[in-house]
Design a protein around this ligand. Structure first.
Ligand code: SF4
Length: 219
């Protein structure tokens, strides 16, 4: 064990040897990604995907979703959990986008700087730093660094952030420490590491390629 913390580049190098390299390719358009991210809150990606697919099948356009009653939306997204809160949040977000932008799409954010896009997204109802960063990184190809529960935990264990730093507060700290061209790769490597080896309850330090320089290693 040592206090010689690994750099983002070194972490990527070690972890990509076991997880491979991830490509930054859009999975949805930006508005779809935003609504999908709302559905991922407090549930698994798998349940969120089921909820998202069902919503699109039941009510195919965001214009229709916006004028559909909340109960019908809640029934469509039932698989994602917290369907009453999420259906209201989705309607509120769509109404706000329409009011501010005049149409239900947010691809125009590509023309914005990362800080302008983040501010615009975080002005939407209930959108925090993580949701904004997910939309920017996964749909808009911007060098944002979303901090989910896995990344928050692994970053603390590796000494990239302090123990008391909240996940919301970790966004600007990690973005300032990680070069823009490394952010997406580090995000994907750390989230995969958190799911597979650096698990919440019992991290598998004996199997971890970072253990010799991790300040939290148990081996
Ligand atoms: S050594 Fe253990 S605590 Fe440190 S990153 Fe690896 S699994 Fe996590």
């Amino acid at each position: 064990m040592t206090d010689d913390h690994l750099s983002p580049q070194e972490i990527i190098q070690e972890l990509s040897a076991i997880y491979g390299t991830f490509k930054q390719e859009p999975r949805y358009n930006a508005l779809d990604e935003l609504i999908f991210t709302v559905l991922t809150q407090h549930t698994s990606d798998l349940n969120a995907e089921k909820a998202f697919d069902r919503l699109r099948q039941t009510i195919p356009t965001w214009e229709e979703v916006m004028v559909t009653d909340q109960q019908t939306i809640a029934a469509a997204i039932y698989h994602g959990g917290m369907s009453n809160q999420k259906s209201k949040r989705i309607k509120d977000i769509l109404a706000d986008i329409l009011q501010r932008h005049g149409k239900l799409e947010i691809e125009f954010l590509r023309e914005y700087s990362i800080e302008e896009a983040r501010t615009w997204l975080m002005d939407l109802p209930g959108v925090g730093p993580k949701t904004a960063a997910v939309v920017m990184a996964f749909a808009l190809g911007m060098p944002a660094f979303p901090v989910d529960t896995h990344i928050h935990r692994v970053s603390k264990r590796l000494g990239l952030i302090e123990e008391k730093t909240t996940a919301d507060a970790a966004h600007p700290i990690l973005e300032s420490k990680v070069a823009p061209d490394l952010r997406f790769q580090l995000h994907m490597q750390l989230i995969t590491h958190g799911r597979q080896i650096c698990k919440a309850r019992r991290p598998l330090c004996a199997d971890c390629p970072l253990s010799s320089r991790c300040p939290s290693s148990t081996v």
